[in-house]
Design a protein around this ligand. Structure first.
Ligand code: BGC
Length: 721
């Protein structure tokens, strides 16, 4: 990359909150044969050439494990060039210099890097004349019109500010971290217009977009210089119908815009928000809701899966799951897009991954993120709880760190590409080799830090949690949870190793020992739903049928309620239906009361919630502290709908051969799943009719169709039963 010849440049003595704009003027000959701009920075940037934005990548260079990997974008700028040119690149804090507002006390300017830019440009004319421009002292720099910026903060803009350029300074920063762009770019994906605009009981002016989304607001207006437009964001209104922002915690999540004279349009350039509602805190006179709209952002990925049913509430759930994937696949897989986290929580990533691979083609998205998982993995084998990792670099523990095995294995199942496994094999081996170094018991994973079955609902009422985290970890035995995931990761390493032609005999012996030790230690005391679910899902039960029966009974006995948390929920319905309890699985899916998938919809949810009772039946909130309304983890249930309710399974990785075994339920009239696999489109639909259930199956590959226990093997084609 030409950029390796360039120097990092910065603005000398700038305060840590300054958002500088770097400028370089140059001329070049014509006609142009090729022109490329390579650029990256320690934040997020926007490049503008001769007044036009370079490329469509929003929040470039994206978020990677910056200590080791920083993506460089290469743009073809042929169409933007003139004879005399001005290139301006603004660099804001972004994720690299991740900060909160100075007044929150979490911003420490001393620990803060200055904004830095590195870029290289090469123009070649048709007669071979070459112009090379590299970042160096010939560049100038000024404070930009953005006066404050941060992922959590939002953006402050002063359009009346007049730039004052001075020479930029070359600075010392590693270039060894620079890598070519790997992930799909984040683009503007769709526009959502206001659904309504009203005054709350408190008198606040609020605009409702009717959809919780991730992106930003965009507006146009006519104003006098100095007039202000200030906007706050929110996901929900409170019980009284007032604007509610406490669940953003310390994320300010606002836009403050000082107008210049005349007609203008704007949208934030260096941040994003998670919101359904906007509150107009201040606006130029005459400003109206139809001057504003919302722009949805996410990583570029092709839609591959569709679900549709005869039940509008269920369809709303499908829509909510989709919107939560869109909202949380913004360069990395995040837990939530709004509060002061927006991290690449490895556990959440793993939990939702199967559903994600069905709804969108996420191959490139995960190829990049898994490279960050490898880069973030500690040398002794643990994988951090969030990737990209943070300064407080911390092991994820079971189910979180296990993303290192589970995600590549799932990608291989959905897309059939062994490279996902080959790329991760060493990292997988390192993770399972780490466990015995910290476990207190041989052949198990015990006494090791874990988030447990995060947010489970199974603690007895009189349980006294040791601390905040303990109160959220659920009541399942941590050692059991960790050991079950250990067994699963070793099993994945064995299957992966075999595919790659490695000698896995040692792992096979290890796995046998783990199963034995697990059964000995936990076999006789499987109490919580999650303990049973994990034991079943990871094939650790001695008598799986009996265990699934007891799970079904337990669910029934506690009032047909799930009690599982983040870790157990994704597998719960699978482990019921796999052993003949599809009716119970359906009861859980169709349950309209708390806790259950359809309850939030009765409270107006348009995305998945972190807590089933994010809004309680009386309209009050579960809590202010940890209450995200865009958290995809429980959306993992989509994989049960595709894979069991409609029954679409890969009989061979990538669906080179399929197995279609729908499990309909009399309470739902019809259901249809469409899945674009790498081998073509599979469609599985069923509908209750007077003559019985009518099944419609389309398959592009040899398929085993199983209906009511009867199996038939068919070739590519369309089938009606
Ligand atoms: C996140 C979760 C995450 C958890 C770790 C939370 O704050 O939002 O989704 O997995 O922390 O237990």
């Amino acid at each position: 990359m030409l950029i390796q010849n360039a120097s990092w440049i910065t603005m000398k003595d700038a305060a840590s909150t300054v958002v500088p704009v770097f400028r370089r003027r140059f001329s070049c000959g014509r006609p142009i044969c090729s022109a490329t701009l390579e650029v990256t920075c320690d934040g997020v940037y926007e490049a503008v050439l001769n007044g036009k934005r370079v490329g469509n990548f929003i929040l470039a260079p994206g978020w990677t494990e910056y200590r080791k990997r920083l993506q460089v974008q290469a743009y073809d700028i042929r169409d933007l060039l003139a004879r005399g040119n001005t290139l301006e690149i603004t660099v804001a804090n972004g994720w690299y210099r991740r900060t909160n507002a100075p007044w929150t006390g979490t911003h420490n300017p001393d620990e803060f890097l200055p904004a830095m830019l590195i870029a290289a440009l090469r123009v070649v004319t048709e007669d071979g004349e070459e112009t090379v421009i590299l970042t160096d002292e010939a560049w100038e720099v000024s404070e930009s019109t953005v006066t404050l910026s941060g992922i959590f903060i939002g953006e402050d803009v002063d359009m009346t500010r007049v730039p004052a350029f001075r020479p930029a300074q070359v600075c010392d920063y590693p270039k060894s971290i620079l890598i070519p762009q790997e992930g799909p770019e984040v683009h503007e994906q769709e526009i959502v217009y206001p659904r309504s605009s009203f005054r709350t009981p408190k008198g606040e002016w609020v605009i409702d977009f009717g959809q919780n989304l991730t992106g930003y607001m965009a507006f146009e207006l006519d104003a006098r210089a100095g007039e202000k437009l200030s906007i706050s964001t929110a996901e929900v209104l409170d019980r009284d119908g007032n604007f509610y922002t406490a669940n953003y915690r310390s994320a300010r999540s606002q836009l403050h815009y000082i107008c210049r004279e005349g007609y203008q349009s704007y949208k934030p350039r260096f941040t994003f928000f998670g919101f359904r509602y906007l509150r107009i805190d201040e606006a130029p006179e005459g400003f109206d809701a139809d001057q504003i709209h919302a722009v949805v952002l996410h990583s570029e990925m092709k839609r591959t899966g569709w679900l549709d049913s005869s039940d509008p509430t269920l369809n709303q759930l499908f829509s909510n799951i989709l919107w939560s994937q869109k909202g949380n696949y913004l360069d990395i897989p995040t837990d939530c897009p709004q509060r002061d986290e927006r991290y690449g929580w490895t556990g959440d990533g793993q939990i939702f991954c199967r559903a994600a691979t069905l709804q969108y083609d996420v191959r490139q998205f995960f190829r990049k993120w898994l490279a960050d998982v490898r880069a973030a993995q500690h040398e002794n084998g643990w994988v951090p709880d969030v990737v990209p990792s943070l300064t407080a670099y911390k092991p994820g523990g079971s189910a979180w760190s296990d993303a290192v095995t589970i995600i590549p294995w799932q990608l291989y199942q959905t897309y059939g590409e062994v490279s996902f496994l080959a790329d991760m094999y060493n990292a997988m081996e390192k993770w399972i080799a780490y466990i015995p170094t910290v476990s207190t018991a041989k052949d198990l994973c015990t006494g090791v830090w874990t988030y447990g079955d995060w947010l489970a609902l199974d603690a007895p009422e009189d349980y006294q949690p040791k601390d905040m985290e303990d109160s959220k970890r659920g009541y399942s035995d941590d050692d059991l949870v960790c050991s079950a995931f250990y067994a699963n990761s070793v099993a994945i390493v064995i299957r992966t190793g075999r595919l790659l032609g490695r000698d896995v005999s040692e792992y096979e012996e290890l796995h046998e020992r783990i199963v034995r030790a697990y059964r000995e230690r936990f076999g006789g005391r499987l109490n919580t739903q999650t303990e049973k679910v994990l034991t079943l899902h990871f094939n650790l039960a001695e008598d799986p049928q009996a265990l699934s029966d007891s799970l079904a009974e337990q669910v029934r006995d506690c009032g047909m309620k799930l009690q599982t948390g983040l870790v157990g929920t994704p597998y719960l319905l699978h482990e019921l239906s796999r052993y003949g309890h599809a009716d119970i699985a359906w009861s859980l899916l169709l349950r309209k009361e708390y806790p259950g998938w359809l309850y939030p919809i009765s409270k107006g949810a348009t995305t998945m919630w972190e807590h089933w009772d994010g809004i309680k039946p009386d309209g009050s909130f579960w809590s202010d502290d940890m209450n995200s309304y865009n958290h995809y983890a429980y959306g993992s249930v989509a994989d049960w709908v595709f894979g069991v309710a409609c029954g679409i399974q890969p009989a061979e990785p990538g669906y080179a051969r399929a197995r279609i075994a729908p499990q309909p339920d009399p309470r739902l009239n019809s259901l249809c799943a469409v899945l674009d696999t790498v081998h073509g489109r599979i469609r599985s639909a069923w509908k209750h009719t007077e003559q019985g259930i009518r099944y419609e199956i389309d398959t592009p590959v040899p398929t085993e169709i199983i209906l009511n226990g009867k199996s038939r093997t068919v070739g590519k084609g369309r089938y009606l039963f």
